[in-house]
Design a binder for this molecule. Structure first.
Ligand code: NAP
Length: 528
């Protein structure tokens, strides 16, 4: 496997340019060639440490060119889901639950090392499977390893979550211990198929639980790579099970099966809230649902407009607007509205679009035909009810005509209560409105069932304080050129949503994450 020398600059979402070195590009190009050679194979499920072939398979194709088949994957069944749950239960009861926490930490650190060792190959794969440009792809991979290590640090800091308590007499030994729940289901979305699978699964595993993992149907191959990294780390059989198949069958069985103790879902609000409502039936069980966003950026008259337009551009269009934290609403003060819009439009028109494997391209394709068609529908609505300020076109000419490419789009002139102000489009489309005051900006920004991320650009300290105090979102940034609403990093910007964006009030990559996968046991021992 190719490797970048230790000590090279770390690629995070906020420091993407740091990776744009000749060594990085050479290692990525080699990896892309290597990865392509492995395409076309049929991949089984992984249940109880065994490869399980299914009767039916589905094709995993590249959104850049649908003629490219990355692999064939097993269409798992409800029976497979039940078998995976049973195997996770066995592994929980026979090996994982009673393993000393230091050994669990050692396994997860090994998995993080395996990911870092394969990071160029997995990045190239992410470009081909999801359509991420090479630096966004590396960000996803590096984030996964960093999440795992950060969660290991957390367990070590809390010495395995066993805490001596006060005593009423010398004869007592009182302890508070966090204990696992049992079997956890991890369901991940297509847009961060490494970080949002590796992060949650490692959290659950560090908590002493075993895992059944279902990747999104658009990204089974990245999920397979994660499973291989856990294998390479030597995880005992059945501790991590990998199951492909559709959300409506395999997914539904996993989240309704009474033998499951906890669910961590990341994906749309529609699916997540439905799972949240139906998961716990006989008694309360933890269901962590990380869901969508409709993230606003507010630009006030004192803002540095160059930084603001850079920050909004990156957040609105990075990964083709398919980030839960994407900036899909811009509220700009009337006094600077034209100057800001001119800058943003100019920068948007300069974005290079094309095969994201090539280093010169920043914007890749959207994930699938359904997303591509939704783009046309939303643009039509924007044209009808407002004005297309930039973009607004599907790209159907050579060499892009076999993929799902579109132009990044800015819509202006919509009424402030328009449906596009509420709906998460999950596409490279952002809408711009003028406001007269911060009060108005905050009122509109908060007028949504979501509460994931938000950004402000202002040099006025009073406005900054008011924004922090009144904005209803779990992740907020002020004056961030590297991303107005996107680009959180483990241990630096904990990431979790309020309101309809998240169910737990705790953030991934934050200090309280691992504890969510455990329950408290108060232990009192009387010693004679
Ligand atoms: P999605 O359609 O909701 O799917 C997410 C996952 O749920 C997929 O693995 C899907 O499987 C599965 N699923 C679908 N129906 C299910 C069911 N009835 N029972 C169990 N599982 C089911 O979301 P997506 O399009 O992949 O991802 C985009 C969404 O994720 C956006 O809304 C975005 O904002 C959100 N997101 C949130 C965060 C966060 O941290 N808050 C991070 C990233 C993304 P199939 O693929 O087989 O349908």
């Amino acid at each position: 496997m190719a490797d970048l020398k230790p000590g090279g600059p770390k690629v995070t979402y906020a420091t993407l340019a740091a990776g744009q070195t000749p060594e990085f590009n050479a290692a990525y190009d080699d990896a892309a060639e290597r990865v392509r050679k492995g395409f076309g194979k049929t991949h089984p499920l992984l249940i109880g440490g065994r490869d399980v072939a299914g009767r039916e398979t589905f094709k995993d194709t590249s959104p850049s060119d649908t003629r490219v088949v990355l692999g064939q994957f097993t269409s798992g069944t409800r029976e497979d889901a039940r078998a995976a749950i049973a195997s996770a239960r066995r592994a929980y009861e026979t090996v994982w639950r009673d393993l000393p926490w230091k050994e669990r930490v050692a396994f997860i650190r090994k998995a993080a090392t395996a990911i870092e060792r394969r990071r160029f190959d997995i990045s190239a794969l992410l470009s081909m499977e999801v359509g991420k440009n090479r630096l966004e792809a590396m960000g996803d991979v590096q984030e996964t390893a960093d999440l795992m290590n950060y969660y290991c640090d957390q367990v070590e800091e809390h010495t395995g979550y066993e805490k001596p308590m006060q005593r009423l007499s010398e004869k007592e030994d009182n302890r508070d211990v966090l204990r696992p729940f049992g079997v956890w289901i991890i369901v991940s979305p297509f847009n961060f198929p490494m970080a949002l699978a590796g992060g949650p699964s490692s959290g659950a595993l560090l908590g002493g639980n075993t895992v059944v993992f279902k990747p999104a149907t658009d990204t089974p191959m990245t999920g397979w790579e994660l499973a291989q990294c856990y294998r390479e780390a030597g995880l005992p059989d059945g501790v991590f099970n990998y199951l492909t198949g559709s959300g409506s069958t395999v997914g539904d069985e996993l989240v309704t099966n009474p033998g499951v103790d906890g669910v961590l879902f990341t994906g749309s609000r529609e699916v997540g809230f439905d799972i949240y409502r139906k998961f716990a039936r006989d008694y309360p069980k933890p269901c962590i649902a990380e869901m969508g966003g409709k993230n606003p950026a507010i630009i006030m008259s004192s803002a540095d407009l160059d930084a603001a337009s850079d920050g909004v551009l990156k957040s609105a269009f990075g990964l083709q607007g398919q980030k839960c934290s994407a900036c899909s609403r811009i509220y700009v003060h009337a006094s600077v509205a034209k100057a800001f819009a001119d800058r943003l439009i100019e920068k948007t028109r300069a974005i290079s679009i094309g095969d994201p494997v090539l280093k010169e391209n920043w914007l890749g394709p959207v994930i699938n035909r359904k997303a591509w068609e939704s783009y046309a529908r939303f643009v039509e609505i924007g044209r009808r009810d407002g004005k297309i300020l930039a973009g607004g076109e599907q790209l159907t000419k050579e060499p892009l005509h076999h993929g799902f490419f579109v132009r990044p789009t800015i819509i202006g002139g919509l009424p402030k209560d328009h449906a596009l102000m509420r709906e998460e489009m999950f596409l490279p489309i952002t809408c711009l409105w003028e406001i007269d005051s911060l009060d108005e900006g905050l009122r509109l920004a908060n007028d949504t069932p979501f509460g994931l991320t938000a950004g402000l650009f202002s040099r006025d300290q009073k406005e900054v304080r008011t924004f922090f105090d009144r904005i209803e979102a779990g992740v907020v940034y002020v004056n961030r050129r590297a991303g107005a609403t996107t680009g959180a990093w483990p241990g630096i910007n904990p990431f979790g949503g309020w309101k309809g964006s998240g169910s737990s009030g705790k953030a991934s990559g934050g200090p309280y994450y691992v504890a969510q996968f455990m329950r408290e046991q108060s232990r009192t021992l009387i010693v004679d």
